[in-house]
Write a protein that binds this ligand. Sequence first.
Ligand code: ASP
Ligand code: MG
Length: 404
Amino acid sequence: MRIVVQKYGGTSVADASRLRNVARRVIQAHEAGFAPVVVVSAQGDTTDILLQKAYEISPHPSARELDMLLSTGEQISIALLAMAIEAQGYAVISLTGGQVGIRTDGTHTKAKIVGIDTRRILRELGTGRIVIVAGFQGVNQEEDITTLGRGGSDTSAVALAAILAAETCEIYTDVDGVYSADPRIVPGARKLTAISYDEMLELASLGARVLHLRSVEIAKKYGVPIHVRSSFSESPGTMVVEEVKDMENAPVVTGIAHTTDVAKVTVMGVPDRPGVAASLFAALAGRAVNVDMIIQSASRAGINDISFTLAKADMEAAVEAARELEQQLGAEGVVAESGVGKVSIVGAGMISHPGVAAAMFRVIADEGVNIQMISTSDISISCVIEAPFVEKVVRALHKVFIET
Ligand code: ASP
Ligand code: MG
């Protein structure tokens, strides 16, 4: 059986005519001799609307009930898509995450997939049916519905492609591939024909929104090639693969990512002794807060400041956790700031090219923008700056590193 996994995002299934378009593409794959497993997201901004409904009812809905609610968006999509395919006379079945055996851990609203029992899916495919799967969801040990975090349908798709050893995993979206920068901000942004897992991981974790970060992690771990492309055109998109050929000639900077979904928290005046960072970050981890950059200032008179960045949504939880520890750590206070953003340059070529950081800082300085925090990896450099300057800095970096 030649299994192909296709995933269609919210815009691709937003209304009846788009669903029919998706049905047509799925049937095409079926007619070409493939066994299609199709993962879909909720229609349009359904998930946001569901969230709004939740917060209209309660300021602090429990994560379990949020999952119960949010998972319904995808359930609408699978039923409608199955009907659209049925209407064309093809055998098809829609299945929820639980029904296809997607097991997750118990962390509601950001659950991780722990395993997939493929028996049902293989049985359905074996009878010649097209299988439509609700993305973004699974079930935990109690059989309670969990969701995988915003954008999680990509992760459902890649995980299925990995376990089913699918020939390809196509992620259909409203853009026609992965770009060198967000084309809405940088008019000269270029579509990349291919990008490595490592570069894509960096871009995704640094704010590029094309693919859910964890989907790329799974793709890398299991060697699943991902084809990111548009559901509205036939043209090829971007291949996400282990290694891009001709890397020697690849540009030093492949892409520029940015995000304004950043908050900065500083724990001030903590004593410089062993165990302080350990207990602070253990407390954050205990609340499932994902910390991004961490900076500890050089100790002066036995006292440090520890600053870290994180997603805005986690700021409240982080501040609470830090304040709870304030006394125990002997800290002087906790301050939080949400008006910051992060700009990053990413490229595998950086490893062998010195001076990239200096060039980046120069571009930012020439824009008259102050850098608040810096972090680097082998293949990326990120700067935290004031949020209102993010877009102009992205454009300036793109001009220098990619357009020339
Ligand atoms: N519908 C979910 C969301 O909006 C999952 C997804 O689209 O991948 O985050
Ligand atoms: Mg998405």
